[in-house]
Design a protein around this ligand. Structure first.
Ligand SMILES: *Cc1c(COP(=O)(O)O)cnc(C)c1O
Length: 355
């Protein structure tokens, strides 16, 4: 077995993969594959209902919110959010805490004025800006809860006079959140929820219908809500595997239980990075992510040989994003702490050989 530290598509629980594989051949013993039955069949409707139910249960989604499984990835949400919420001539506020936040605000510029309330671009996004005011006259305030590429995470959310829209692609279901604090939460499934191909969107219904825009059906949240995520053929496989993964999470005790494990996992790894003389962290300590742990070698010449050692130990997906360099250990829900210990042992072995 490999130790999968890949950033996304990320690790999924092995038992989920086995169940998914079986359903591709014969779904629930009906003699047909999950992939060759109607999305309007009772069998698939039960899957979608169960997936929505699990999202509501695991995150404690209150009344007045809709849960959608859409397509197009988080990147389509970058455009869908302003299309639905930003009136002609209106303004939206964005916190620029990384490349994904930057891509989101660029899309919003197609629809209206964008006020960037703060940015940490000048430091290559090694911290999350916290000193700013949210303009009360903007239609919404957009944030990214976990900056996958840089390894920073919002450990507290900002009180806001306007609806908060949050890209939670890389830390949804990793910790407890208060859904009532948000107007929209969205997340591409492929980091911490399931396979690529579906995007979870949780919307407070009352914020819709205020932009006055004419919106094409597929990009209109209202159409998607009315169609129950089935305005057109939904991504059946991605929804099914997400449902299995959420069920696995529930069986492990849910979000609060996994959050404890996630904190324990990141803590031991950061301790080793801080202690080991050959490696150093890259981000502000208070903003360190529990999902993506970024670090570099003190001596850049050590990077290649360390990656080679990792490869020998079955540690995969650890190379940092090209815009940061070094290493990134993505330690999503399904990664067991035993994999973290294998990585720590490799770091210690490497330090012994090279210092
Ligand atoms: C990966 C990622 C995205 C892009 O997701 P797609 O589903 O590929 O469009 C957006 N935001 C964040 C925070 C991400 O980690």
């Amino acid at each position: 077995m490999k130790h999968n530290f890949g950033a996304g598509p990320g690790i999924l629980p092995h038992e989920v993969l086995k169940q998914a594989a079986a359903a591709v051949v014969d779904f629930n013993g009906i003699g047909l594959s999950l992939l060759e039955i109607s999305h309007r069949s009772a069998e698939f409707e039960a899957v979608l209902d169960e997936a929505v139910k699990l999202v509501k249960e695991l995150l404690g989604v209150p009344e007045g919110y809709s849960v959608l499984f859409l397509q197009g990835g988080a990147s389509t949400q970058f455009a869908m959010v302003p299309y639905n919420l930003l009136p002609e001539g209106g303004k939206a506020a964005y916190l620029e805490s990384g490349v994904w936040a930057n891509k989101a605000l660029k899309e919003a510029k197609f629809f209206g004025e964008v006020e960037v309330v703060a940015t940490s671009k000048e430091s290559n996004f090694t911290y999350i800006p916290k000193d700013f005011t949210i303009p009360a006259d903007a239609a919404y305030f957009h944030i990214t809860s976990n900056n996958t590429i840089y390894g920073t995470q919002l450990h507290e959310f900002f009180p806001s006079p306007i609806p908060v829209v949050c890209d939670m692609s890389s830390d949804i279901f990793s910790r407890k959140i208060n859904v009532a604090d948000f107007g929209i939460i969205y997340a591409g499934a492929q980091k911490n929820m399931g396979p690529a191909g579906t995007t979870l969107v949780i919307i407070k219904d009352e914020i819709l219908g205020k932009s006055g825009r004419k919106i094409p059906a597929m990009l209109n949240y209202q159409t998607q809500i009315e169609g129950g995520s089935m305005y057109n053929t939904p991504p059946v496989f991605a929804i099914y595997v997400s449902m299995l993964t959420l069920n696995w999470l529930k069986s492990k005790g849910g979000v609060e239980a996994i959050a404890k494990e996630n904190v324990a996992k990141s803590k031991v790894l950061y301790e080793e990075i801080d202690r080991n003389p050959l490696f150093k962290p890259v981000c502000a300590v208070e903003d360190r992510s529990d999902m993506n742990v970024c670090f570099v070698a003190e001596n850049p010449e050590h990077e290649k040989p360390f990656l080679k050692l990792c490869d020998e130990k079955g540690i995969v997906g650890i190379k940092g994003h090209r815009s940061v360099g070094g290493f990134r250990a993505s330690i999503y829900n399904a990664l067991p702490i035993t994999s973290i210990y294998v990585l720590i042992d490799a770091m210690r072995e490497f330090a012994e050989k090279n210092s």
